[in-house]
Write a protein that binds this ligand. Structure first.
Ligand code: CA
Length: 240
């Protein structure tokens, strides 16, 4: 029986999560704060973690990074904000999946089943179909721009139905631009929100942009999706 650790400070939400996960055949432990979670992960056997981001003692993203410093255990984060940049940041910080509050117990159970199967490396093609069937919302967070489909939770990109192989940074850049489609975003903002590191310069963005363009089958001189607005920034557009 998989052992799931629920990290949630709200007693009512915690009780309902314990109930729904128990019904779905999980052995559930629970704690109400981030340090309690770290203690459980180091001291007990935990197969997956459901992590509330609004905890009394630790910022949710910090709690996630500290868990990642200790363990590869699958983590599903529960965020109160349906905010693309925030979700990309959490996935970048090591979350395996996310749910936006208020949580649907059924959806949580389906996603938990999916991350446990992925962690066990036993996701058969027919099981994949089943997961999608059980949880149609699993791809609801996908960003679609023209023939591009970007799924932040699975971290996959499809162009006209064909999956693209992107590096982590290329993915984050593309997801960020798609999240701001049809707006010009400045390189300064891309650096702040995608790289989040002060020592990176504009050229780094250019290098990643040209790699992305190559993978999207376009050239800077004749772009389809990724337009450079000289002196201003980058604009992702839906091709005509
Ligand atoms: Ca909370």
């Amino acid at each position: 029986m998989p052992s799931v650790l629920v990290v949630e400070d709200d007693p009512a939400i915690r009780a309902s999560l314990i109930e729904v996960l128990s019904e779905h055949g999980h052995a559930v432990r629970s704690v109400g704060d981030g340090f309690g979670a770290l203690r459980e992960i180091t001291q007990a056997h935990v197969d997956a973690v459901v992590l509330d981001l609004g905890l009394p003692d630790l910022d949710g993203a910090d709690a996630l990074r500290m868990i990642r410093g200790l363990s590869r255990v699958p983590v599903i984060v529960a965020t109160a904000r349906d905010d693309e940049a925030e979700i990309v940041r959490l996935l970048e910080a090591g979350a395996d999946d996310y749910l936006v509050k208020p949580l649907s117990g059924r959806q949580l159970a389906a996603r938990l089943g999916a991350v446990l199967r992925r962690a066990n490396g036993s996701l058969a093609p027919e099981a994949q179909g089943q997961v999608l069937h059980e949880a149609p919302m699993a791809t609801a967070g996908a960003l679609v721009v023209g023939g591009l489909r970007i799924d932040p939770s699975a971290r996959t990109v499809h162009l006209d139905g064909r999956e693209l192989q992107l590096t982590r940074r290329e993915f984050d850049l593309l997801a960020f631009l798609a999240g701001h489609a049809n707006q010009v975003v400045s390189k300064r903002r891309i650096l702040a929100e995608v790289w989040r590191e002060s020592y990176v310069d504009d050229q780094t963005i250019d290098v990643h942009l040209s790699a992305l363009r190559r993978k999207l089958g376009e050239q800077g001189a004749r772009p389809r999706y990724l337009w450079t607005v000289r002196g201003v920034g980058i604009k992702m557009v839906t091709p005509p």
